[in-house]
Design a protein around this ligand. Sequence first.
Ligand code: SF4
Ligand code: SF4
Length: 356
Amino acid sequence: MFFKIIDKESIVDLYAGLAAEYDEVTGPKTSPKDPRYVKFGKIRDASQLRLDYKTSIVPPKKYFLAADERLMRYDRTTGEVYDTEPPLQTRALIGVHPCDINAILMLDDIFLNEFEDPYYKVYRENTFIVGVSCMPSPTCTCNSFGADEVHRGFDLFLSDLGDRWFVSVRSVKAAAIVDRYLDAREVTADDTRAFQERTKRFKKALPKRMDLDQLPLLYDAKYDYPLWEDIGKDCLSCGACSVVCPCCYCFDVRDTLSADGRVGKRHRVWDSCLASEFAEVAHNHNFRPKAADRVRYRFYHKFVGNFTRNGKMLCVGCGRCTTACKAFIDPQRIVKALESEDTPASAGTRKGGGAQ
Ligand code: SF4
Ligand code: SF4
């Protein structure tokens, strides 16, 4: 990795370079439905980019694991199967926060290292990632999960130094983009100082780090605590927390047939372990019939199951689930409640917030 400095305005040149080299450029922009929110979408002009955003509604994982991915089409009358390959489109994804890049690295573990998913692999290999520094919002706990910093998983990373960007160049592709399209200069001692000060400001703005060392043990020890029943009463089983989570990766595979049943398509769609039918099997048996079972399962999977498997908790502390939950169910409060000696039954919920 090497470092360069570019002017703030050079983002226009970076956009132009990526637009010339890639089929599509995507990044954070103001939601057309509600200007208070930022969402990742197609960028047609550099002026659309909102690189100073707090948190996007849906994480950029949608570019690697689509919410609805066609796997194939078929004709039942001829037995023919077609369109089995993922579309080969190259993409530049600009403006990804450290927590979301860390979440993509977790998805890499699942979809590249543990099992090789051909769709995920094609999207990952054909996406150029530009990370961007951020400042924490009140719901962020990234530092508790070690996701406030990122050292790999991107091609280029832009740290905001006010009137200029401190550019970390991670890949050969990124070096070529810098060389071809950017008027970059060498880093001076002044730039290094400014970078260190920015990092200090960011770390100071983060919340107190939670001590999660005992968490997997606590989940096991308090598996039957009344806390879960209490949270279950509030949970609406809407699945919004999974939809917005950059680390959730469950999916369902479905077939959709034409009205006459002759042709159809097989596709995979995001699923949520909070949905009541998620653990339903034949004969109407449901392994997790109550909302309380499902909420506990979700947190157990994130903080114990995955941790036991590869030493990582399936959370980067982005805070999206806290904001999205209309029942005010907040993982931070659950962690604190489990850590407290008496674990009060109402500790998992909070008053206010939840707006999106
Ligand atoms: S967003 Fe809240 S209410 Fe909806 S499923 Fe998740 S925990 Fe339950
Ligand atoms: S569980 Fe919540 S805080 Fe953690 S990564 Fe998922 S959405 Fe973000």
